[in-house]
Each structure stands twice: as structure tokens, then as C-alpha cells.
Write a protein that binds this ligand. Sequence first.
Ligand SMILES: Cc1cc2nc3c(=O)[nH]c(=O)nc-3n(C[C@H](O)[C@H](O)[C@H](O)COP(=O)(O)OP(=O)(O)OC[C@H]3O[C@@H](n4cnc5c(N)ncnc54)[C@H](O)[C@@H]3O)c2cc1C
Length: 403
Amino acid sequence: MTNERLPVVVAGAGPTGLMCALALAREGVPVVVCEAEPSLTHDLRAGTFHPPTQEMMAPYGVTERMHEHGLQVRRWQIRSRRDALVAEFDLGLLSDVTPYPYRLHLEQHRLTPLLLDALRRQAGAEVHFGHRITAFEHRARSVLVEFESDGVPGKLEASYLVGADGGRSTIRKLLPVEFEGFTWPEQFLVVSTPYDLARHGFTMNAYVADALEWAAVFKMPDAGPPGLWRLAFPCSPGLPDDALLDARAVQARMQGFLPAGTEYEIRYQSIYRVHQRVASEWRHGRVLLAGDAAHLNNPLGGFGLNSGIHDAVNLADKLARVWHGKGGNELLDVYVHQRRSATIEQVQAMSIRNKRLLEERDPKVQRARMEELVATADDREEARAFLLESSMISGLKKSEAIG
Ligand SMILES: Cc1cc2nc3c(=O)[nH]c(=O)nc-3n(C[C@H](O)[C@H](O)[C@H](O)COP(=O)(O)OP(=O)(O)OC[C@H]3O[C@@H](n4cnc5c(N)ncnc54)[C@H](O)[C@@H]3O)c2cc1C
């Protein structure tokens, strides 16, 4: 077997790793996915898919299957705790530029089985659960990947290694790169309830501004109707997790947000730390980073998982060409330039701006910003430009122009 015939090894069967493997296999590149966990992870994480992400997954039949269960969210709102509705945006304004002029809401753990299923139908793709990648070593024309399975070490020779192993990426930590950026002091509390917020005028996605306690609202399909409303709130730094997750404290928070006149039924609650970080380099020889392994951002705007899919599709396209001898490693640097610039200039900038907008403490500044948003929503062309940006369409276009 020549080195060019060696498979690409992908670390991690999260959405980024599975999407990258699927796109590589579709291009005739043999691929081996090693996932540390014994099965797909089921924790509650991302759940909103922007139009370009739906477009990217469509050729694999994944988008169509997502629609069987997902919720189409055409309108979303910016609200304030004090004045209720501030502005409403209609993604239908983008129907001339995308076949999916809406956000699709679907839990991340309902997407990954669809990706895995599609991958398993592809020739030349293997997925190994319970295989934790522990180390790698560059060879002259390959990379030797070391893993551990049931405590037994093993080795795999790969043409390239893709580190799609999440925010705590082992692959990234083994590389001489920095994970540049910062961690927000406050944690985020995420609460899910079947209580129907639509009866209070909420669209299925809404961002609620408040100097002390902003909130982000997403309706998720759950196992089926009536679905679940998921709310994210900031938590005071310094309070222990137990106190933040105490049932009475969570109930009080929900009642403070919106008095329901009855006890909220709380289905899930969790707390997590939020980072804004980008790896200083995404390629080191035959090792590449993608998804959360390469970048992390706050969830305001729903960009994290979306940009992981964008990385995966972009990287697979270039890596397949290189693997087939239709381009040199400089093509892989184009992947890095395009995706790193989209991450820094769009995803990081927009997610930080969204958070600052919601939490602005100066009432005068907050009022001015809200008035600006009202004016944007009321002007068709401005609203369209705003939606092109917040749906990641203009950022992708800009980054794809980078050679
Ligand atoms: C509470 C929460 C809410 C979020 N909301 C949104 C949202 O609304 N919109 C959005 O776009 N994003 C959101 N995100 C972010 C989104 O969930 C992540 O961006 C997404 O999971 C990234 O996918 P990934 O495949 O890159 O990494 P992951 O999903 O973390 O997958 C990495 C995989 O690698 C495996 N792994 C780790 N180490 C190894 C190893 N050494 N060897 C082999 N396998 C390994 C892990 O087990 C895991 O399965 C949210 C995140 C959280 C935590």
C-alpha cells in the first residue's frame, strides 16, 4: 500500500468528525473514525441550523432526514425584559438566495445518528467506538496514530489525521499551538420546559435583552409535540453548581423570567462554562483541526455547531483533492485561511457582539441599540443585510473568496 492509499483518520464522532468523514468517503477517500466514547454522545447541546448548513448537508440526504423531525423557524425575535417585543426578523426575506429560508431546530443528538447512518452506507468508511486517540507521530509521508481501546494500545497509519475531538481536543493539546482567547466569568444555565412560551408571543427563537439577566430562547422538537422550550441564562460567577441547579432556584428563575401562574415542569437543567477561543494554527504537517477542537464561542446566535459543519465540508473537499493527487498541501492551507478568517471575523465577532447587546448595562446605550434594531427590522433592505449576516451567508461568501 502506498502512502497515498492510506486512510484519513478522524478523531471524534461528533457532528464535525462524522460530517468530515462522510464528505471524504463520498469523494472516494478511505476514512477511519475513532471515537473515544462507547457510543454517540447524547448530551443536550446545539440545536439550530442556519440555511447554509442545511444546504451543505443536503447532498448527503441528511438535511431531508432532519426535516422529518426538525422545526422550521422562519421568524425570530429580539425582546427586552422591560418592553417585551423589540424587533422581529423574517428569514423569508432570504428565499431568493437559499432553498432553506429558515432556521431548522433539531437536537444535536438527533443529527449525529443521521450522519452516522449516512456514513455507514458509504464504502470505505469505518467507525470505531471506544477508541481514544492518545498520541501521533509524523513520519516522512504519513502520520502514525496511537489509540487505546479497552485499555489495549493500538496503532494506525494514516495519510492525514483530522482532530475533530471537541473543545478539550487531545490532538490540539499534542500540537505546538495556543488556544487563544478567553473564558467568560459567568457560567450559562440551560433549562428545558414543555410550558408553551408561544402563548406569550414568543417565536421559536428569541433573544431577550436585560442588564442583569438576559435570556436566549429556542423551541426544540424533543421526541415530538409539544416539544420543549430551552432557555439559557447567565449565572452569577462564584456560586457553586449545586446552588445554581437547585430545583427551587431554577423554578424561581423561570418564574422571575415569566410568571406562569403555575409551577414550571422542568425536564432538563444543566450548567456550562463558555469560551471564546481559536487555535493559533489549524494545520501542522499532516494533522488538521476542525470544529470545537479549533474554535469555541458562546451560543448566542447558534454558530458553534454550524461552523463545525462548515469546517468539515470545506476541509473534506480540499483534503479529498490532495489525497487524489489533484493538489498539494497548500490547498490545506487554503482551508485554514478560509475557515480561520470566517471564525475570527464572523463567528467570534458576532457571538461576542450578540452577548454584549443582550447584557448592556447602560440604559441609554441599550435603548439606542434597541432603536437601531427596530429601524433595521422596519427597513426591508437593512433587514435583509442583517439576516444575511446573522444566518452566516455573507460571512461564508467572504471567506470563500480567500484564495
Ligand atoms: C449547552 C450547549 C449549547 C450549545 N448550543 C449551540 C447552538 O445553539 N448552536 C450551535 O451551533 N452550537 C451550539 N453549541 C456548540 C456545539 O454543541 C458544538 O459546537 C458542537 O458539539 C461541536 O461539534 P464537534 O464535533 O466539533 O465536537 P463535539 O461534539 O464535542 O465532538 C467531539 C467528539 O470527539 C470525541 N473525542 C474526544 N476526545 C477524543 C479522543 N482523544 N479520541 C477520539 N475521540 C475523542 C468526543 O467523545 C466527542 O464525541 C452548544 C454547546 C453547548 C455545550
